[in-house]
Structure formats: C-alpha cells, structure tokens
Design a protein around this ligand. Structure first.
Ligand code: C2E
Ligand code: MG
Ligand code: MG
Length: 566
C-alpha cells in the first residue's frame, strides 16, 4: 500500500534530495516533495500548504539546518523534522536534537531513514490527536454545548479584558443581557427538543446580526449576553433593536411557526459600572426592567434600579396583604343609556397599604399577576363583591362586574370556584359579570375558551373589557360565548373632541351585528354621553355619571338616584 507523503526537503544538493526521495519511495511512500534552500523559500512553502515530514541538510552554504528548524517550529509545532546530513560530529547531532529535531540520519546510512520517518509520522499523528483533544477540552470549558457560543466563564474573561482596554484608551463598552420572553411556554407546549432548536436558532440569529469583534455568550437557560467593544448606549440601542427585529421573524419549529420575543437590558462601561461584575448586574437589572415594561430594550437607569428594590419589597407586602386582607373594593355604576336605569356596578380593587396608603390597581395588579398572587386576590375580590351585593343579586336586574386577569382564566378549577362562591352566597349566576380582556384570550385561546364556555353555561355573564386595545380577530370573537363589549376608555375620552368617533361607531355597529350589547367606559362629559346615545350605545360608565365609591356609598347613591333598586 502506498501512502501519500507531502515531503518538505531543505537541501541544496539535488543529488542528495533525489537520494532521500528514492529511499522513501522504495519503502512504499508516494512522495510529493518540494525542495528549498533559502529561508524565504522555506517560509513560503510552510505558509502555502501543510506538510507531513521535513527533512533537512544540517549544513548548507546559504542556510543553516538549525535556523531552518527554528523557522519550521515557529509555524508548525508538530511537523516531524529529521536531519539527513554528512557526519559533522557527535556535537552537531546533540545540538540538532536539542533544537527540536526528531532524528539525525547520516547520509552514508540512509537505510535508517525509512524506519525513522515511519516512527516520526506515527508519533506526529498521536501528538496532533492529543493536541486536538486538549483544544477540544479547553473549548468545552469555555463554550456552551448546545449553541457552541462562549459561556459565562469566557464572557467574564473577555469582559475583564475589554474593560482593561477601554479604561486604558478611554473608550466605552456596552454589555447587553437578553432573555427570551415566555420561553417556558415553548418548552411546555412543544417539548424540550423544540426548545433546544429555538435556542440554537436564536444563538445563530444573534451571532449573525453582529460583527466578529463582538462576543455573544449564552449565560444559561434562555439568557444570552452580548459584549460590544467601543460602543456606548447610543450605539448599543440600535444594535439591540436590530437583534429583536431579526428575532421577530417567525421561525418554523416542529412544523409550527413561532415568533420569538425577548427583553434586552443594556449597561455601559464606564457610565454604569467599571467592573465586569457590576456591568453584569446592571445589564441584568435593565433587562428585568425591559421585561416588566412588556419586552423590548431598556438601558440601565439608576432611578429605576431603586424602583426594583421597591418592587421586591412590594411583592412581600402583597403577600402579607393577601394574608391580612388589606384590600377594599370600590364600585362604579353602569347605567342603561336609553332609560337611565341602573344596569350594574363594576368592582374595582384598592389596596390599603399600611405605609404607602391607598394603592391603585395599576400599581399592583401586574405584580400580582407575575407572582401568581392574582388567584388568591381574585378570590378575595369575587367573594367580597358577591357578599357586598349578594342581597340584590338575583332579586334585582343589577349585576356586579368583576375584572379577571389572564392567569385566572387559565386555572382549570376557576369555573368550579365561581360556582361554589355563588352557591355559598345563594346568588344567581346571571347577576355576576366577569370582565375579560382581549389580551387575556390570546395567551392560550383554547384553554380560555374552555373556561369561558363553562362559566357561560353556568349562566355567568361575560364582557370583553378594554375592547379595541388588543388584536383579537372578529372571527375569533364570534366564537366566544360573550354577552357584551366594553369600549376602552381611551376611545371614549377622545369622543368629546370628535376624534375617535369612527372607531366607536363601528365598534357599536359590529357588536350589535354580533348580537352583543355595548358599554362605554370613561364617560367624562355630557357631550360624550350624548354622542354615545346618538350612536346607539347601550350602557355607560364613567366619572360623568359617578366616580367609584365604597359599597355603602354606592348603595346610598343608587337609592337616591334610582329609588327601589337596592
Ligand atoms: P377597567 O376594568 O377598565 O376599569 C375602569 C377604570 O377606569 C377604573 O380604574 C376606573 O376607576 C376608571 N374610570 C372610571 N370612570 C372613568 C372616567 O370617566 N375617566 C377615566 N379616565 N377613567 C375612569 P381603576 O379602578 O384604577 O382600575 C384600573 C384597572 O385595573 C381596571 O381597568 C382593571 O383592568 C384593573 N382592575 C381593577 N380592579 C381589578 C380587580 O379586582 N382584578 C383585576 N384583575 N383587575 C382589576
Ligand atoms: Mg373592567
Ligand atoms: Mg376597561
């Protein structure tokens, strides 16, 4: 069997070169040789291609064998190197071996060359394999196995190095932390295999939008970090937006199109911190803020950092509030527009915080939702609302409306819990209205629909709140067992100035065509109410009619305005 041998000869004598080649060829090698005898030609040959074996003369007129060896070692640490030379004495051989040659064969005993070459080729292969294995281990220790991106350790090194360069040169660095939104849902719904595919896709997408000098690392689960050298916040924001935009392109996973969203936080050297550790912490904080704000990009802001601490404190306060029932309900009446009769009241929760005083729902509902505390809170609100109006429930046309949060509708035992509460208060289901938002329906349409059907079958009324602010399609709404649409107050407020007239008018027509009644919330003036009346709106709610008030205050108001109702 002949094996191809790429042989680099460093030899000034054509005759000697031919002798070497013929010895090797006789031993079965298919020799492809090149012969050089100057440093420049040697360097060129080494740069041009890979070699299997180098054989050099020890002493040439224009070039010493030892300096040739040095040149070879600079470029290829593993290339087997054998001197084939006339006898220059014991010392020359020792010097040659010491300089890193593998063997020294005398020209007059060339028979030794073939076995020596065979041994050195074998050893070189073993050396190369070991080196590759070592490199692989070093790589694994610094890279993430799933995406092959640098891991946290390598990022830390690069960040340390980048901060040193930046402080020496007076330049900036931007550190971005990216976290996928709702990644857990992908894993839960499609399985871990699909989750892995998504992570790999995201990794290559981020890598693809950036320059080679930028580092993209995977920090863990669905968290990535990006290091942009010579970049300040002004430069980092567009880069971050570009990443999010790329990620927004739907990807097909398990034959389903998925659109991936993420939240990105940015911290910069030196304005937000000067060490790797502080920058990581600040970028993380900014990412967290971006997430709270509903995704997108946020630059670290010390003011909002303090709010994060407040938020953590608030979570623990909220837990106490639920245990100690620090909540109070206010009610706002809803009137039939045509008759002016009372249609019902909407329950609006307030938190009497022991230190901050009265906290509005806008400041804690999201928090309760994110921490899972919304379910016990909703139970408290439902129980209180049913108890407050239980007497009139079922005995008068008045209904009490309670707002739901997305999570509540997804908990499978919710319809049963509502049934139990109504039964315990001996209240008629038809006197309870649940307000749901379009947004709520979109998070898991199938499961939401299931819950809604069961509630509707029990006789509970369903209203779509804040209508016009979501993206639900008409065909989807048509399939829902809802009774009513509530036009979002932002459109109603705009009515007085004639602004949102078209939207409101078409919403009312649309709802009526679908057999739904329409409530307008946020009615702040007589003018708005008159517009709504002329457009055929069914019911109104807002400060023009009555501000929200406590249960006794509301009962009094109703008794005054609508004697005989309560
Ligand atoms: P929403 O369900 O759309 O409630 C109507 C909001 O509009 C209430 O704010 C109410 O006070 C306010 N409002 C009433 N009349 C007017 C008016 O003429 N003009 C204007 N600009 N606003 C008016 P509130 O009480 O601060 O509640 C805000 C949101 O918090 C509610 O919006 C609802 O989404 C949520 N929320 C309130 N209570 C609960 C609850 O018990 N559970 C859940 N999950 N969410 C609640
Ligand atoms: Mg509402
Ligand atoms: Mg609303």
């Amino acid at each position: 069997m002949t094996s191809r041998l790429r042989l680099l000869l460093i030899e000034d004598s054509a005759e000697d070169a031919a002798a070497v080649v013929s010895v090797l060829a006789a031993d079965g090698y298919d020799v492809a040789e090149e012969c050089v005898d100057t440093p420049a030609a040697l360097a060129d040959a080494l740069d041009r291609q890979r070699w299997d074996l180098a054989i050099a003369d020890y002493a040439m007129p224009s070039f010493s064998g030892v300096s040739a060896l040095r040149l070879v070692r600079e470029r290829d640490a593993d290339l087997p190197f054998i001197f084939v030379s006339a006898h220059h004495g014991e010392e020359a051989a020792v010097a040659a071996m010491r300089a890193g040659a593998h063997d020294y064969v005398l020209k007059d005993s060339l028979a030794r060359l073939a076995p020596s070459a065979a041994r050195e080729l074998r050893d070189a292969t073993a050396r190369r394999e070991r080196r590759r294995a070592e490199q692989r281990l070093v790589h694994l220790a610094h890279h993430d196995a799933l995406t092959d991106l640098p891991n946290r350790t390598l990022l830390q090194d690069r960040l340390d190095q980048a901060t040193r360069v930046a402080s020496r040169e007076g330049t900036s660095i931007a550190l971005l932390v990216l976290d996928l939104d709702d990644f857990k849902d992908v894993n839960d719904a499609l399985g871990h295999h699909a989750g892995d595919r998504v992570l790999q896709h995201v990794a290559s997408q981020i890598r693809g939008t950036l320059r080679d000098a930028d580092t993209v690392a995977r920090l863990g689960a669905d968290e990535f970090a990006i290091l942009l050298p010579f970049t300040d916040a002004d430069g980092a924001v567009p880069a971050a937006q570009k990443i999010l935009q790329e990620m927004g392109q739907p990807v097909v996973v398990e034959r389903r199109p998925l659109s991936i969203r993420a939240s990105l936080g940015i911290a910069c050297f030196p304005v937000h911190g000067t060490t790797a550790e502080v920058l990581m912490q600040k970028a993380d904080n900014a990412m967290y803020r971006a997430k709270m704000d509903g995704g997108g990009v946020a630059v670290y802001d010390p003011l909002r950092d303090r709010q994060t601490h407040r938020r953590l404190a608030l979570i623990s306060d909220l837990l106490t509030a639920i245990e100690e029932q620090q909540f109070e309900l206010e009610y706002q009446p809803i009137l039939h527009l045509r008759t002016g009769a009372i249609a019902g009241v909407e329950a609006l929760v307030r938190w009497n915080h022991p230190r901050h005083g009265r906290v509005q729902p806008a400041d804690f509902i999201d928090l309760a939702e994110q921490t899972g505390l919304i379910n016990p809170l909703t139970s408290i609100v439902l129980n209180t609302a049913i108890r407050d109006w239980g007497v009139s429930l079922g005995t008068s046309p008045l209904t009490v409306a309670v707002n739901l949060s997305p999570r509540t509708l997804l908990s499978p035992d919710f319809p049963e819990r509502v049934a139990d509460m109504l039964a315990a208060a001996a209240a008629a289901p038809a006197s309870l209205t649940l307000e749901i938002t379009e947004h709520m329906l979109m998070s898991d349409p199938a499961r939401s629909l299931e819950s809604l059907k069961r509630l509707h079958a029990m006789g509970v009324r369903l209203t779509i709140d804040d209508f016009g602010t979501g993206y639900s399609s008409l065909s989807y709404l048509r399939r829902l067992p809802v009774d009513e649409l509530k036009i979002d107050r932002s459109f109603v407020t705009g009515l007085a100035s004639g602004q949102d007239e078209v939207i409101v008018r078409s919403t009312i027509d649309l709802a009526h065509n679908m057999g739904l009644s329409v409530v307008a919330e946020g009615v702040e003036s007589e003018a708005a109410q008159a517009w709504l009346m002329s457009m055929g709106c069914d019911a109104v709610q807002g400060s023009f009619i009555c501000e929200p008030g406590s249960a006794p205050a509301m009962r009094e108001w109703i008794a005054r305005q609508h004697p005989g109702t309560v």
